[in-house]
Design a protein around this ligand. Structure first.
Ligand code: PGA
Length: 262
């Protein structure tokens, strides 16, 4: 049985999506940092658009407690791939993380597990920690297919990875019906899926790897609803969209994460 009593330092990731210019990113970082101090009790990552990464990196400074993530990556290191950005390019801009397989990439841009798998591998090869998003649609949930959809996505995207690789992978469970809808999953719904994700990792790899992995919940997380999610030891943090764009609301979410497991 997976050791769910292993309580992780929570990880809060702010996914800015296609929001904020480079100038706005700098203003956000200044404002956010004035509202909240660093704490050893939570890890914080922001994922601005590609164009804001250099100025965000600059504004954060070299030893910031806030890490940078990209929102997407191409699987090749360079080449004739018009409009794409590679892992080495992101590393050079100061990114430590990259979000891979977000449901908007899957749904709006036709990303499939096969390419997501290549992206995860490319990220790992070039020293970026992938934040792999998985999640079912409403139709799939209503057909009781949540677990099979999520474990298929995981199996396809993580195929061939070693336990060492998995040590730097974060999973984000984001039910498609909860993203940007204001209708978050219940804690119980999230915990059920998180447990099956951990069990899937334990079965496919081993128990220490499954216990050590951070599994985030994402989908309409707000300052008002984050607390019960983090109260469960099955949920290791959150991937936040809409509520991360305002410095005050993101700072409140981070403060709750910093204090809840302190
Ligand atoms: P949301 O987005 O918080 O606006 O629902 C979450 C996400 O897409 O990562």
């Amino acid at each position: 049985m997976t050791n769910e009593t292993l309580v992780h330092r929570p990880l809060i990731v702010g996914n800015w999506k296609m929001n904020k210019t480079a100038t706005e990113a700098v203003a956000f970082i200044r404002d956010f940092r004035n509202r909240i101090p660093a704490s050893p009790h939570a890890d914080v990552v922001i994922a601005p658009p590609f164009t804001a990464l250099p100025s965000a990196c600059n504004a954060l400074g070299p030893s910031s407690w806030i890490s940078l993530s990209a929102q997407n990556v191409h699987w090749e290191p360079y080449g004739a791939f018009t409009g794409e950005i590679s892992a080495p390019m992101l590393r050079e801009l100061g990114c430590r993380y990259v979000i891979v397989g977000h449901s908007e990439r899957r749904g709006l841009f036709g990303e499939r597990d096969e390419t997501i798998h290549k992206k995860v591998r490319a990220a790992l090869k070039h020293g970026l920690s992938p934040i792999l998003c998985v999640g079912e649609s409403l139709e799939e949930r209503e057909a009781s297919r949540t677990e099979s959809v999520v474990t298929t996505q995981l199996g396809n995207s993580l195929a061939g990875l070693t336990t060492q690789d998995l040590a730097t992978v974060t999973i984000a469970y984001e039910p498609v019906w909860a993203i940007g809808t204001g209708r978050a999953a219940t804690t119980e719904q999230a915990v059920t899926v998180h447990r099956s994700i951990r069990l899937f990792i334990e079965t496919g790899w081993d128990s220490p790897t499954a216990s050590a992995m951070r599994i985030l919940y994402g989908g309409s997380v707000t300052p008002q609803n984050i607390e019960p999610f983090l109260a469960s030891d099955a949920i290791d943090g959150a991937l936040v969209g809409g509520a991360c764009l305002d410095p005050d609301s993101f700072a409140t979410i981070v403060r709750i994460a910093q204090t809840q497991r302190a």
